[in-house]
Design a protein around this ligand. Structure first.
Ligand SMILES: [Fe+2]
Length: 740
């Protein structure tokens, strides 16, 4: 393999594949190709050609000799090199053009579609496509999605099913290549011209939501405590009346200090008050005046240690001081943060800001002031709880949280009955789930609920307790104690809502991580679980949310598909391991019995391939725990994790429609049911928007949930930077029970 640069300015490089006879992608070439891209990046190149030195051949694809009759570990190593090559080529910030001067089947096609632009020689030998099915090999999802990103779904379905190798003219017609050339010389010349054309585009990061610096890093310099009347365009539905509350980490720096992690900033609660009948919207926000906020503000710096940031208290302590502090942690006297920056939710008629510790803050619903701190660990046997509780129609609130107080550490399911007075201070344990690894509890962020079960995912993303208690001595943040055990797979557990007992079947799956459940429901002896998953990437999901990474514009390589798992409630055990235990009609998610009485579940991907990462899911909450059809989510774009559009997904058919405005980045889409509605998607989607280039502008967008068409927008221009929010809810003015 050769690597060269254009002599004059060294801005254009070239990676030329030279592995006779057919440029098959053996290990050395895969590694060399990935290293080549990194070298060009390091050397300050802005663009490169990917070409072949072998006439009539671009690349014949994967090296089958390294895939056939190999030891498992050797095969795993080879496959890791294939994926690493793809992540590097696809994820590079350099502009890349594939010069396809010959056949590009299978992996050769992958190389081409991983580039930004493709030129192909118009010659009978030059063909391109994912032809794996012709030799009986499956095409992995990520390879299929990459292909689909270029040619669309129909050509992907047909092309992969038939293993079609498209001749040049046909490849041009379906958009698999962008241009044809009649000779290698002409192809090269036009490729260089195209690169020059690309290079004339100014090298700015603010041109699109995807290319912009991460909006998650915006620092709110001050609050907007006086409501501002919004400018309305379009028509607000007259029946829309209530408050959209949003919560997020907003204060990212204090004095000379800056928080290191997305989850660390100090909380800011936002409110859009909407009066559709009068056609009025006001906007205001307020920093949550938590103990942590007050301590940091009084010191004029980051005083308190948080998830990924060490506070000055710990940084500046002597070794003895850190030892004593660690001792207090071990005795359970460590004060959990009360910086409730993740979500808001109602307990009865009271609105609370929540995070993932035991502390929640009751809010004044008018001016958003912090009124009372409640420590859930003093109410019920949990040491922390998620910021994603569920609320029953009668107002009973359910949550899950870790407990370290019993004989063995566990996860407790807790209920706050609607009759509690106040609701948030009257909880009880209604179920218990043992940890997979007692000294390494799995991290969890949300859970599912059906008519009869709580659904809990035990992911191999674990908190190493032993390491946790020594972090202060080492002057390291909590994030250092969280690690991925990617080889261990992910478990799904069910807890009976009536008895609190764990379902006898353990459901296992290949490793995925997850923050957000979409929905779960029961159907004909199965529990269907829909989750926004995150697949293991080249950096851990916690590292991907570190400020250092989010500032780098470097892809994490973490894909986030929406997955459906189908869990058979009474699996047969006297059948062969190949027997699919899922018997729902037309369902392609499968489950198989395992000798240890567990069930191995293979999910179905719900999102269309063109939306590689969907998250922050919401549904019509009337359908929470019940069979449903529509999920509303954000589509995130690679690198810095910016939400780029709102997507409505039909989870039954896979059809989707979206709302998109390139000048704005949207929040999580909140569904609001139209009064008297009988169909699931009859209602509105509300989302807050941040302007891409003017950080003091924010807006509320109101969409028709059926079509995702925009009905109205309420925009305000403030004198403060508005930071991005995570989660929230709409409280309908006329309703007594506010759910999600
Ligand atoms: Fe969340």
């Amino acid at each position: 393999m050769r690597l060269r640069y254009k002599p004059k300015k060294r801005r254009i490089g070239e990676i030329c594949l030279q592995n006779p006879p057919v440029n098959s992608l053996h290990s050395e070439l895969l590694t060399g190709l990935a290293d080549g891209v990194k070298t060009l990046e390091k050397d300050g190149c802005r663009a490169f050609l990917l070409s072949s030195a072998i006439p009539g051949i671009f690349s014949a694809g994967l090296n089958l000799l390294e895939m056939h009759n190999q030891e498992r570990q050797d095969l795993l190593n080879y496959w890791a090199r294939v994926q690493n090559m793809f992540l590097t080529l696809y994820g590079t910030r350099l502009i890349s053009i594939a010069c396809i001067t010959g056949a590009a089947p299978a992996g050769g096609c992958l190389l081409s579609t991983s580039c930004d632009y493709r030129l192909m020689l118009d010659h009978p030998k030059a063909v391109i496509g994912l032809s794996e099915s012709l030799v009986g090999l499956p095409v992995p999802d990520w390879m299929r999605i990459n292909f689909c990103d270029v040619v669309g779904r129909r050509h992907t379905d047909l092309g992969l099913q038939m293993g079609i190798l498209f001749p040049a003219q046909e490849a041009l017609r379906i958009g698999l290549v962008d241009e044809l050339a009649s000779s290698p010389e002409e192809l090269r010349q036009r490729a260089l011209q195209k690169l020059e054309h690309f290079l004339k585009v100014p090298e700015t990061e603010d041109m699109t939501v995807g290319g912009a610096a991460s909006f998650w890093l915006r620092h709110a310099d001050k609050a907007v405590t006086t409501p501002i009347r919004a400018k309305i365009t379009g028509q607000l539905p007259s029946w829309l009346h209530g408050n959209l509350y949003r919560n997020g980490a907003a204060v990212k720096e204090i004095g000379p200090d800056r928080f290191n992690h997305l989850f660390d900033g100090l909380a800011c609660v936002h409110k859009f008050n909407i009066d559709g009948a009068r056609g009025q919207v006001t906007y205001q926000n307020r920093f949550l005046e938590s103990d942590e906020y007050r301590a940091d503000m009084a010191a004029g710096r980051i005083e308190v240690s948080t998830f990924g940031t060490l506070g000055r208290q710990d940084l500046c302590r002597s070794l003895f001081g850190r030892l004593m502090s660690t001792f207090r942690d071990l005795r359970g006297r460590r004060s959990a943060t009360d910086n409730c920056s993740v979500n808001v939710g109602y307990f009865g008629t009271e609105l609370y800001a929540m995070t993932e510790t035991s502390k929640i803050w009751r809010l004044n619903q008018e001016d958003l002031g912090a009124e009372k701190q409640v420590d859930l660990s003093k109410v019920v046997a949990v040491n922390q709880a998620t910021a994603h509780p569920h609320v029953d129609p009668d107002g009973a609130v359910y949550n899950v949280g870790s407990s370290f107080t019993g004989r063995t550490p566990s996860v407790n399911v807790i209920q706050f009955p609607a009759s509690g007075s106040p609701v948030a201070e009257t909880g009880r344990v209604v179920g218990t789930i043992p940890h997979r690894w007692p000294m390494e509890p799995s991290y969890f962020h949300s859970f599912g609920i059906t008519e009869n079960y709580f659904v809990f995912v035990q992911q191999p993303l674990v908190i190493q307790v032993k390491k946790l208690v020594t972090l202060k001595l080492m002057k390291r943040p909590v994030t250092d104690a969280i690690t991925e055990k990617a080889a261990e797979g992910t478990w799904i557990r069910l807890v009976d809502r009536r008895t609190g007992e764990l379902h006898q079947t353990l459901f296992k799956a290949d490793t995925f991580y997850a923050f957000h459940h979409v929905n779960a429901y029961e159907e004909d002896g199965h529990v269907v679980v829909d989750i926004c998953a995150q697949l293991p990437g080249k950096c851990s999901i916690m590292d991907a949310a570190a400020v250092k990474h989010m500032s780098s514009n470097e892809s994490s390589g973490v894909d986030g598909p929406m997955l459906r798992f189908v869990l058979p409630l009474e699996p047969k055990s006297d059948v062969s391991p190949e027997t699919n235990l899922v018997s729902l009609p037309d369902e392609t998610a499968t489950a198989y019995p395992r000798p240890d009485q567990s069930v191995y579940c293979v999910p179905r991907t719900l999102n269309p391939p063109e939306y590689r990462t969907l998250d922050l899911p919401r549904i019509n909450y009337e359908y929470n725990g019940h069979k449903y059809r529509y999920a509303y989510t954000c589509r995130f774009v690679r690198a810095v994790g910016n939400s780029e559009r709102l997507v409505k997904l039909d989870v039954q058919t896979g059809a989707s429609c979206c709302w998109h405005d390139p000048s704005w980045t949207p929040s999580e889409p909140v569904f609001v049911r139209q009064p008297g509605a009988t169909s699931e998607d009859s209602g509105l989607i509300l989302a807050s928007l941040l302007h891409v280039s003017e950080p003091r502008r924010t807006a509320l967008v109101v969409l028709n949930a059926e079509t995702m068409g925009e009905l109205a927008r309420a925009e305000v221009e403030t004198d403060a930077v508005i930071a991005k929010d995570f989660h929230g809810l709409f409280a309908v003015a006329s309703e007594a029970v506010h759910r999600f």
